[in-house]
Design a protein around this ligand. Sequence first.
Ligand SMILES: [Zn+2]
Length: 550
Amino acid sequence: MRVRLLHTFIFLLGVFFLHAQKLRKADKEIIANLQKHVSYLADDQLEGRRAGTNGETLAMNYISKEFGQIGLLPKGADGFFQAFDINDGKKINDDSYFSINKKELNKETDYFPFAFSANTTVEAQPALSLQESDMPWFLNLKEILEENKDNPHFDLDEFIRTKSIEAQKKGATAFIVYNTSAIDDKLHFEEKDRTETMKIPVLYVTKDPAKKYFKDVAATLDIKIKTSIGEKKRIGHNVAGYIDNNAANTVIIGAHFDHLGYGEDGSSLLRTGEHLIHNGADDNASGTAALIELARLLKNSKIRNTNFLFIAFSGEELGLFGSKYFVENPTINLQSVNYMINMDMVGRFSDSTHALTVGGYGTSPAWSNTIAASNPKSFFVVKVDSSGTGPSDHTSFYRKDIPVLFFFTGLHSDYHRPTDDADKINYTGEYRVVRYINDIVTNLSKQNQKLAFTKTRETQTTSSARFSVTLGIMPDYTFTGTGVRCDGISEGKAAQKAGLQTGDIIVQLGGNNITSLENYMQALGKFKKGDKTKVKFKRGNDTVEADVQF
Ligand SMILES: [Zn+2]
């Protein structure tokens, strides 16, 4: 009994000593810096740092200024910055034009060309009710809508597409759709549409102009059309700073600095529809702050046997756009990269559980010792995840066969909501995470070896309540072609059993044409566990069909 009391007493003493460990001046400075960085990056002024916006510009300038003051060398494509395109779908260019009987229609209110329209001009005097070759054809949706008003599976977009392809085949020079029924067709210009472009313009005319011009079905109309559909683009920017120790290998440390803005890109968890700034203090101003302070620590360290590259990625919230762009357009030789450490949400450390998730544990045999040996008196309750993939930027480096580690203090109720604010960050807890990573890097540099890489299982990154089954693929969020490109295939899942491989482009699932991630997810929602169907995919120039069971 007594012995046990003594042990408990010694243990409590140890915990107290640890907690009461007097923070040195230098440590307090780091904590103050972390707070300064997070407060600035999560300020309303930066409007949630959405990629390609003014908020991103303010953030990237702040980060590059800090990198410069620490003495890092610029290692972007243009100084510290590396710009990359973000394809935001399609848009109607201003030079689009449509007139009926010499009256121009307004492209905001009176009509819109479907996103899959050809970019061309047509002038003709067709009869509304005739479907002659070499003439524009018209389609009133009234009948089909009334026929299917109680049919939840009726896909109007698919119907219009099929009808326009038929008309095109039969020689129509344009296809003009309208709706005189009382049913709301909810048709709108679909920015994210990635269906194959037609050879003719396909337009939708809204109710009022339709009533005005298409009332008399025997009428002949004077039609002038110019359709001009363009790509909507934003420019994102990675920020990269370098410590050149003239060494053979380089360690990459990264964190994304972009966030959701006002939630425009659809990954906000706010369900009220309000237009609010998502400040992203934990996601991921915390990781960005840790990145800056690690750069300062390592710049002032005695380590000389490795170079360091610090990268603040943008476009992560859109699907790892920035890190994917970097590994495809690296500013250093990727072969010389020893390993990559990623920090995403390290600001909400729990002082009660001391839980810290470390992902990528299985991507090098070197990790297990280092992670344990660097954990000060087991301060952290480390939860390891062996997979090299996951919902953050280390995945892009793992896919290039680079050992990775991912640090994360855990989810919370403010995740992807406007309430993820700077006053909820545990700065001392974050400082301890920074110290831990600094110790891991320092200990590894003492071993002075290039780490071996090991492949791991791929974790499913897309989780949504909208569907109960998955194929077991990792979609490529940056793919802008028609279909869904596979960036990775999960072990033992339906896709692997069906023979799908990384790089394949899924174009059909059962009876559903797959043109984009959106309708891929909709199609998945139609299947349940055990269902059998066919998947069609493109591999190079071949189109392959395979049986698949969920
Ligand atoms: Zn994040």
